[in-house]
Design a protein around this ligand. Structure first.
Ligand code: GDP
Length: 445
């Protein structure tokens, strides 16, 4: 989980001053030291840490934190605002052309995630913006596998690829692709470019020439979050050579300390536009500085959670579900459907992290939510007949034994699932009808 160490240390530093009673200047100093160490440990650039701590300290001293009866909350607010500012303040949207195809070129070191991100962007932009017909351009001619990879991605998304094999010149490929896009009604040209293991001048020259030839609206640099401070150096070098328009931080789903995400904006003065949160093509998230700050400070990220839920759940479905709950006709099939909805939103652990308050419960980090358990539940439900799933009341003892055998689970697990299902079905039904007295009875059972 990204930012895990940073989150914990920052939250500890802030809450260490206590939530009740005034604090002294010495307490504040100690807290600033802790915040500084937390950021350095998270691999945030040294210069950025210095400026950040100075800003927070000045604001804390300048405000009424020392006189306040709730100093921790006051500092939390300041740190939250400054973290948000550090990551760019407002969200910056991608720039789309006002007429003709929008051109976006990728840049970045080999392995940073350029090719994957081209696919993710095509997917995201067609879903979320006016873009309808992207063209993916294979201009990484040095890594033959890159072209195959792009073609595979394009097939998955059902979009077109422009490729001239590995012999052509990348600048010509890009120019010809743009002409092709204009002739064929493509409204987005996404150029996958070559990377190297290290920043080098030949690569930069090639990228500069592509830029000059196609005049892109966006030059998006992909950097790998796992590379920490290196990502920041890389971003600086690419920005100096190309004057990039934005950054996409990939692999933020990994166990990164998060330093890159916190330093890049301040060092390059270029916005982070997206983050990569997995290998799949829908694992791209628009970057909102204030949401990221909330998440780091354990204040939850309800907005992202709500948006994800909305994306995966349509209103008609929700209403239908609510009616079933009310009439207690909610079945195991509905339950399965909801399990799948939750799964689509990400791992349960990630979801918990986004809910304010929940992530503060002691021990929640050690909570071992075994996603395999969900698989066991599903196996039991799949071993029921259609009739049993729709009408769980008919599941007799002999049926339960059959289900246990069929699912490879023991009878006890089957009994427990059915019991819990019945209880929650009754409780949800009573709740939705507003019969709280009945609910209490159910809960005492
Ligand atoms: P390129 O050389 O810059 O084109 O990099 P690729 O697109 O080939 O990506 C390199 C590896 O990183 C591949 O295995 C990708 O699946 C993986 N990858 C890319 N983005 C992400 C991400 O956001 N999260 C994770 N976990 N893996 C990613």
């Amino acid at each position: 989980m990204a930012f895990e160490g940073l989150s914990e240390r920052l939250q500890n530093a802030i809450s260490s001053v206590g939530t009740g009673g005034q604090i002294t200047e010495a307490d504040l100093k100690q807290m600033m030291r802790e915040i500084r160490l937390a950021l350095l440990e998270a691999d945030v650039n040294f210069q950025v840490v210095k400026t950040f701590v100075r800003r927070v300290n000045e604001r804390a001293l300048g405000s009424d934190v020392l006189e306040s009866l709730t100093p921790a909350q006051q500092v939390l607010k300041i740190v939250d605002e400054e973290l948000t500012e550090l990551m760019g303040g407002e969200r910056e949207e991608v720039i789309l052309a006002t007429s003709g195809p929008t051109v976006m070129m990728m840049a970045g070191l080999q392995g940073a995630g350029k090719t994957t991100t081209v696919g993710k962007l095509a997917n995201y932009l067609t879903e979320e913006t006016k873009i309808r017909k992207p063209l993916l351009v294979a201009a990484d001619v040095y890594r033959p596998a890159a072209i195959d990879q792009l073609q595979t991605i394009a097939r998955q998304l059902d979009v077109d690829v422009f490729s001239k094999g590995t012999e052509a010149n990348p600048v010509d490929i890009a120019s010809e692709a743009l002409a092709y896009a204009k002739d064929n009604g493509h409204d987005l040209v996404l150029i996958d470019t070559a990377g190297r293991l290290h920043v080098d001048e030949t690569l930069m020259n090639e990228l500069r020439n592509i830029k000059a030839a196609v005049q892109p609206q966006e030059i998006l640099l992909t950097v790998d979050a796992m590379t920490g401070q290196d990502a920041v150096n890389v971003a600086q070098a690419f920005n100096e050579a190309l004057d990039i328009t934005g950054v996409i931080i990939t692999k933020l789903d990994g166990d990164t300390r998060g330093g890159a995400a916190l330093s890049i904006r301040e060092i390059t003065q270029k916005p982070i536009k997206f983050t990569g949160q997995g290998e799949k093509l829908d694992a791209l998230e628009p970057f909102y500085p204030e949401r990221m700050s909330s998440r780091i400070l354990g204040m939850g990220d309800m907005m992202t959670l709500i948006e994800r839920a909305q994306k995966d759940y349509d209103e008609a479905q929700a209403e239908e579900m609510a009616a079933k709950i009310k009439d207690a006709t909610y079945s195991f099939d509905d339950f399965l459907e909801q399990l799948d909805q939750v799964n689509k939103m990400g791992s349960i652990k990630d979801i918990i992290k986004m809910i304010p308050g929940l992530n503060k419960i002691p021990g929640i980090d050690d909570l071992n939510i075994d996603e395999k358990d969900m698989g066991h539940l599903k196996a039991i439900i799949y071993s029921m007949t259609k009739e049993e799933r729709a009408n769980p009341d008919i599941i007799s003892q002999s049926r339960r034994r059959r289900i246990a055998r069929g699912s490879g689970q023991d009878l006890q697990a089957v009994n427990q699932l059915i019991k819990q299902f019945n209880q929650s079905r009754d409780m949800m039904s009573q709740l939705s009808k507003g019969k709280t007295s009945g609910m209490k009875k159910t809960m005492r059972q």
